[in-house]
Design a protein around this ligand. Structure first.
Ligand SMILES: N[C@@H](CCC(=O)N[C@@H](CS)C(=O)NCC(=O)O)C(=O)O
Length: 224
């Protein structure tokens, strides 16, 4: 059975989790503490420490670069999901860079403001150290002070997606493609703490998010 090694609020893990749910395949979730990557380190033979990682029998799948989509492409091929059709290849690459850059960057900061509600006491030192080493001393408090402006910025950065949904149920097609799952993951992280509502101005996107929450491969048969 496929195993997903993850922690629950990670945007990139939510992407793969939803893809697996969408597929209808049986899979198992293995949650690791944010601050203890021992399992990942061991499984990847000391080549990777991030999440998500997929274990599928003897195969261990993980990203090889900042812009690789090794995990999603593996699941797509193995489970025949149709998430990366050739005719959308270049377009999706441009869009997922925007999603994983512009949207993820604000979404995770807004969620991290509530880090104490997510991170168990035993993991807090490692969490704060990791964040501060990467984003500077006091970054978590700084994000709290910038919360209002960041929410406005997120709203603005989501406008293109609201526009993409004007005439289609999914971002590029009549059925979801990889970028739908990618955006779903970044927004899933933003909404994880439960302190935010879906941005009110984006009504089509809100309906799309609900659709993405439930959509199943078997229901997309024959849809282009
Ligand atoms: N491009 C990678 C990014 C993965 C990533 O940034 N994972 C984060 C969790 S959301 C992580 O493990 N960060 C811990 C670290 O870098 O030490 C992907 O798509 O999977």
């Amino acid at each position: 059975m496929i195993e997903l090694i993850q922690f629950p609020w990670s945007p990139f893990c939510i992407v793969q989790r939803r893809i697996l749910e969408f597929s209808g395949a049986k899979f198992k979730i293995i949650n690791i503490p944010n601050g203890d990557r021992t399992l990942v380190w061991r499984l990847t033979k000391q080549r990777y420490y991030q999440v998500p990682v997929i274990r599928d029998g003897k195969a261990v799948i993980f990203e090889v670069g900042e812009d690789s989509q090794v995990v999603a492409k593996y699941l797509d091929t193995k489970l025949k999901l149709g998430l990366f059709p050739w005719e959308l290849e270049g377009v999706q690459s441009i869009i997922w860079r925007y999603i994983e850059g512009q949207i993820e960057d604000i979404g995770f900061r807004l969620n991290d403001i509530y880090w104490k509600e997510m991170v168990p006491t035993s993991d807090r030192l490692g969490f704060v150290r990791h964040k501060e080493r990467k984003f500077g001393r006091g970054c978590l408090d700084q994000w709290r002070r910038q919360q209002k402006e960041m929410l406005v910025q997120l709203d603005q950065r989501l406008v293109p997606f609201e526009e993409m949904l004007m005439r289609k149920p999914f971002l590029l097609d009549q059925r979801p493609r990889f970028v739908d799952f990618d955006l779903y993951g970044m927004l899933g992280d933003f909404l994880y703490s439960g302190h935010y509502r879906f941005p009110a101005a984006h009504t089509r996107l809100r309906d799309w998010y609900q659709r993405m929450h439930r959509v199943r491969l078997e229901a997309t048969a024959g849809k282009k």
